[in-house]
Design a protein around this ligand. Sequence first.
Ligand code: HEM
Length: 619
Amino acid sequence: MSGYQCACVCVCVCLSVCLSLSLSLPLPLNFCFSLPSPSPCLSVSESFLPVPSPPYPCPSLPCSFPSFRLCLTAHHHCLFLHPQDSPPCTPSDHRMLELSLSWLGFGPVATSPWLLLLVVGTSWLLAHVLAWTYTSYNNSRRLRCFPQPPKRNWFLGHLGLVPPTEQGLSKVTQLVTNYPQGYLMWMGPIIPLVIFCHPDLIRTFASASAAITPKNVIFYNFLKPWLGDGLLLSAGDKWSSHRRLLTPAFHFNILKPYMKIFTKSADIMHAKWQRLITEGHTHLDMFEHISLMTLDSLQKCVFSYDSNCQEKPSDYIAAILELSALVAKRYQQLFLHMDFLYYLTPDGRRFRRACRLVHDFTGAVIQERRCTLPKEDIGDFLKAKEKTKTLDFIDVLLLTKDEDGKGLSDEDIRAEADTFMFEGHDTTASGLSWVLYNLAKHPEYQERCRQEVQELLKDRESKEIEWDDLAQLPFLTMCIKESLRLHPPVTVISRRCTQDIMLPDGRVIPKGVICLISIFGTHHNPSVWPDPEVYDPLRFEPENIKGRSPLAFIPFSAGPRNCIGQAFAMTEMKVVLALTLLRFRVLPDEEEPRRKPELILRAEGGLWLRMELLSTGQQ
Ligand code: HEM
């Protein structure tokens, strides 16, 4: 405890003693400050004693004060302070020396451990309130160096100023224009949030260790029962050791064979689109179709499991879709942020049920796979497996070992597999849906991408994208990046400062303050990106990148806790986009979509586009 908190505790103990007296609450401890004889002992004990006075002689415990002795009467939990050199006190002494407060109207009330608990509890609460008030006051003073937009009122602060809607995102764009470095917002009267939207300031967070600026759990806590202590939610040593262990799982040698899975999943989706188009359904919700496709491919990459979920319903996939939707819904229901209330509601019960289903599925796969894995000759096993089929994430997680030869527990593997399924499907689906939207709005770029893909595959029999082809699609890659800039799937991430953090310009963010790194704000900052609302893939041309901070473009975050799956995601997006443009023409819907930043950036009511099937000749 710091000095001022100690002072607060003392103040609070005194306050609660006074409060107990004034409210005629019984004090559990009765203090008798015996003045040197023959002075009368100032005591409040009698007024609170259940029986007139202690019937036993005081056991004369020595007290810590040099000239006083502390006496505790075992029967009444009654404390007395006596001069050290005075003879042991007797019950009659007590009766004679105690000052009765009965004239104040305090009747005899039983003292009990509950009352002691009440006073201690009240003191603790008051101490915290005081400490918190002091910290808030101090922080608000220290945060004055950050500009802040006008508050809604003194109580709400900026709460509700940026709702998770189209208007909210327009507001962010406006705020970023007015405060290009970042700004301060108050959630209610006492919770500050510092929002950063400029690479110069984001650098401080990107270069800080994960221990100094850990994730702020508030934003992710609802996912905990589902994802457990997986990479996204874990912290400290567990996170750093798992991050080290899991990084090789995203090595390109592991990712290469996944190209076939991406192609197969895209083929299934395209066959479905073709069927729908021939039946006259040309308006399609990209989110609906692409989420199923990314889940399908992830399920194959993580578990080597084909649920055929794009064609027929799968319980497991339905549970994941339901969990994502329930988490997003819960964010909007402030009262249901409390676990005990949430789990009483039908949604809470559905959430529990879906979690159980997902965990059972993952657990069963792990158990089954553990039995088939060899204890030795891992090298031969891997070679054999590479020949027959792809090495899935579960295999990699089961085989992974640290320097001491320690592997991951089943619980850890389950959490990581569930995390990959969650983190990997919605984000990639959002990225792909919005790039199709942007290309639908800009047919000239769409056509250029298509020509690039056609050129690449022109002399090939099989229209499949190979690993080495990925580098041969520069314009398509630029279109994906520009879309991730304009429509970043993850719009904001949060960090908590565990110590004072100094920014390059000398300003300090006090310890304990929560900071938001606004990915959307940075990508829409006119001082970083001229004409930020314009979709212009040429911004990512090599010569245009020169001189721009790498932190100006952070769809996958930056620093130690950046996205571990970004290579996976970029590979999948390139393969699926290339094949889609080869087979279909994408046109905008009549109605403009309204952006909706939930856990990821969606569109209200879905992202609808018109699809046209290209003839074989056009392909
Ligand atoms: C376009 C697709 C994707 C985007 C935009 C994206 C974005 C992000 C962002 C911004 C973070 C940082 C979150 C934070 O700091 O709070 C993150 C973390 C993470 N992402 Fe992704 N992601 C994508 C795809 C994927 C895929 C495909 C996987 C796995 C298969 C994945 C797995 C993870 C994991 C495990 C973390 C936590 C990393 C850690 O804390 O060490 N992501 N992602």
